[in-house]
Design a binder for this molecule. Structure first.
Ligand SMILES: NC(=O)c1ccc[n+]([C@@H]2O[C@H](COP(=O)([O-])OP(=O)(O)OC[C@H]3O[C@@H](n4cnc5c(N)ncnc54)[C@H](O)[C@@H]3O)[C@@H](O)[C@H]2O)c1
Ligand SMILES: [Zn+2]
Ligand SMILES: [Zn+2]
Length: 365
């Protein structure tokens, strides 16, 4: 058992609180990772607000250094790793190279337990849920499996590596792996948070000549322009659909990160024949969609989890894109000392910053 410090949700709906915890040794293919940096994703905020199996540690954008490896682990002690979502490796979808749709995904990512149902974390002798996305990295140490610890072959600032594990992989992956637009295609991104801005960067990498970003927050529209959007729209002051149709004549592809039913209907409405809407946002359980238009225009509306990516190959590709200057992540990462967890969490909830990243003592020293 190793002493660590974690942000623990103790009561339903409460914010995480920094607490002293103990973490066990890695077993089998697990690794014990010293967390150097961890991003806060909107999914942490929304799942924490309704999670009932408490106490629980969230956090699923950990980046760090392997300090101990289980007997069958593939990462080695000293490796720099990005932690990402967990998958079983054995089911049909994992075997078909689609680990984001692992049949055991809910168990491995959302329930908080481990494959052996034990918890990796304890406080004062009592167990704490610690398997969020197979990591629970709002902690100075985390245990992950070999499948969801991606070894980086070249060093990268941990604060920029952290969001590769979820938000960036999700936004860039949805564009490059799923929508795969051609340069002549217009692509529209609804919501310019970390996921939407990553989709904008993905569209620029794909060479799209027209990239439209929609967000009510002015600062986020400015960022979208800096990252590649050729036009931005404030939905509170514009007729979003009319402006998009005027700019694009009908978009080949759209990405929703808002999970708002009204936005989804607009997004379907701006697609041209055979266009595709990728649903990334989490939260809208149902929505009224124009079925006749979807049928008549041959549209596709599809969900995309974690950019459809195989993290073991896609995250190194993202690191390479960053090295070549094509993913200027520093433009939307805001750093906070791990001890300032409360401030970073409040900023994430209030949408004051796009991507708060907590830096532990290990990384700042
Ligand atoms: N599918 C996946 O695998 C996956 C992975 C990561 C995150 N997510 C989800 O993706 C969503 C986005 O994550 P994020 O971290 O970027 O969150 P975020 O809250 O930072 O971004 C959402 C953005 O939508 C904007 N918005 C609100 N109303 C709008 C409107 N009417 N029109 C246009 N924009 C509007 C907000 O201002 C905000 O900037 C969340 O729901 C998150 O849970 C999904
Ligand atoms: Zn699986
Ligand atoms: Zn996430």
């Amino acid at each position: 058992m190793l002493n660590a410090r974690a942000a623990v949700v103790l009561d339903a709906g409460a914010d995480p609180r920094l607490t002293d915890v103990q973490i066990r040794e890695p077993l089998g293919d697990e690794v014990l990772v010293r967390i150097d940096a961890v991003g806060i994703c909107h999914t942490d905020v929304s799942v924490a607000a309704r999670f009932r199996k408490l106490p629980m540690v969230f956090g699923h954008e950990g980046a760090g250094t392997v300090v101990q490896a289980g007997q069958t682990a593939t990462p080695r002690v000293g490796d720099q790793v990005v932690l990402t979502f967990a998958s079983c490796g054995a089911c049909r979808n994992c075997q078909a190279d689609a680990p984001a749709y692992c049949e055991r995904s809910t168990d491995l990512n959302m329930r908080g337990g481990r494959r052996d149902e034990s918890s990796a974390l304890h406080a004062g002798g009592a167990p704490i849920g610690a398997g969020f996305f197979g990591q629970s990295s709002f902690c100075t140490y985390a245990i992950a499996g070999s499948r969801n610890a991606v070894v980086l072959s070249e060093p990268i600032d941990p604060a920029l590596a952290a969001p590769l594990g979820c938000s960036v992989q999700t936004g860039v992956g949805a564009v490059l792996n799923v929508l795969a637009p051609q340069p002549a295609d217009a692509l529209v991104v609804f919501g310019a948070g970390a996921v939407g801005l990553s989709a904008v960067m993905g569209a620029r990498i794909a060479g799209c000549r027209t990239i439209v970003a929609v967000d009510p927050i002015a600062q986020r529209r400015t960022l979208a322009s800096e990252l590649g959007a050729t036009a931005t729209i404030d939905p509170t002051t514009s007729d979003t659909a009319a402006v998009i149709l005027e700019l694009t004549g009908g978009a080949a592809a759209a990405v929703d990160t808002t999970a708002r039913p009204d936005v989804l209907a607009v997004a379907v409405g701006v697609l041209r024949e055979r266009g595709t809407l990728a649903l990334l946002g989490l939260g809208a359980l149902t929505a009224d969609l124009p079925v006749a238009a979807i049928m008549g225009k041959g549209l596709t509306v599809r969900g995309v989890v974690e950019g459809d990516s195989d993290p073991q190959t896609f995250i190194p590709r993202l690191v390479d894109l960053h090295r070549r200057g094509e993913l200027p992540l520093d433009k939307f990462v805001s750093r906070y000392p791990f001890d300032d967890f409360d401030r970073a969490w409040a900023a994430a909830k209030a949408a004051d910053v796009v991507k708060p990243v907590l830096i532990t003592g290990a990384a700042s020293s």
